[in-house]
Design a protein around this ligand. Structure first.
Ligand SMILES: [Zn+2]
Length: 312
């Protein structure tokens, strides 16, 4: 009869001991799992909030046309919300293939059912592309004194873009970002997503901002959440196949998006308007206006590339 309490006490201690061991094993697993799962949405929410209400927005547009294809909705959003913005156009607009399409008479234009042989040289192409860019900025109500032409030469072909030339381009973009950061320490920097967004080999002018930002954040000069990266080439895909690490719906700014694209579709050769953007990337110009979604990537995140997406 005296053994019974001892038996129950032993059982209780065994149970409590086992419970403690279980908790010791499980607790770290639960903490790691919870932290891992909390980190991602918190980061996303922070970035979404940042894009929704940046203190200052600074855009780095690779080429004359990427503004209309990838950035117009965001720019229209910032202008509508009186967010101070600065826009830097990186490329000088050089595009010899486009010059050949418009001037050589050797290429058939499906849009106009003819072979164009306009008297346009390479300098004309750069100048007119930049005019179209400025018309797009005017359509988005960006004040002219907020627009900056970096005028960096686009060497166009992978063979012409040597490693040295690419480093010079990347360093110029990097200097511009750091100069802007010194002036506007809380600014959000809007770049193109050169690493994830491509149509064949990665485009150096699209990649420069990504690589510059990666070096800047690695050196802890600016935090990674001060950068958002926009996709352009994703608009070659139908909406069901478009993918990025984050999307935002800015469909309320579709009317502004439309008039930005129209700046690249204005065709009146007698008055110096050649719709170079539309002749250069007709599919992107047509496909970008669908649902008002912007496609974004970010540095230093844990987002995995889906299995059905190929990264070069
Ligand atoms: Zn044409």
């Amino acid at each position: 009869m005296k053994q019974k309490p001892l038996y129950w006490r032993k059982l209780l201690f065994t149970f409590l001991g086992s419970l403690a061991v279980c908790l010791l094993i499980l607790l770290p697993i639960v903490i790691v799992y919870t932290t891992k799962n909390l980190a991602q949405p918190v980061t996303y929410a922070t970035l979404q909030a940042e894009i929704d209400r940046p203190e200052v927005s600074i855009y780095y547009i690779p080429h004359q046309d990427d503004d209309a294809i990838a950035f117009a909705l965001s720019i229209a959003h910032d202008v509508a919300n009186n967010i101070p913005i600065q826009v830097h156009l990186i490329s000088d607009g050089a595009n010899h293939d486009l010059q050949q399409n418009m001037a050589s008479g050797l290429h058939y234009c499906k849009w106009h059912n003819t072979n164009h042989s306009f008297p346009l040289d390479d300098q004309d192409i750069s100048r007119i592309r930049t005019q179209e860019f400025l018309a797009s900025m005017a359509a988005l109500n960006v004040p002219p004194d907020k627009i900056h032409l970096m005028n960096l030469h686009d060497y166009q072909t992978p063979a012409a873009w040597t490693a040295d030339l690419y480093d010079q381009l990347k360093d110029s973009v990097k200097k511009q970002i750091l100069a802007n950061h010194a002036q506007y320490p809380n600014a959000l920097h809007h770049c193109s997503s050169g690493f994830f967004d491509f149509d064949g080999p990665r485009n150096p002018v699209h990649l420069a901002c990504w690589d510059a930002a990666a070096e800047i954040t690695k050196a802890s000069l600016i935090q990674a959440d001060r950068f958002a990266f926009y996709r352009t080439y994703v608009f070659y895909q139908p909406p069901s196949h478009r993918w990025s690490q984050m999307t935002m719906n800015f469909s309320q700014f579709l009317p502004q998006h439309r008039i930005s694209v129209q700046a690249y579709q204005a065709y009146d050769p007698a008055n110096g308007q050649y719709a170079l953007g539309m002749h250069s990337v007709p599919i992107l110009m047509n496909n970008t206006i669908v649902d008002g979604i912007i496609y974004l990537d970010f540095l230093n995140n844990t987002v995995q590339v889906p299995n059905n997406v190929t990264v070069l």
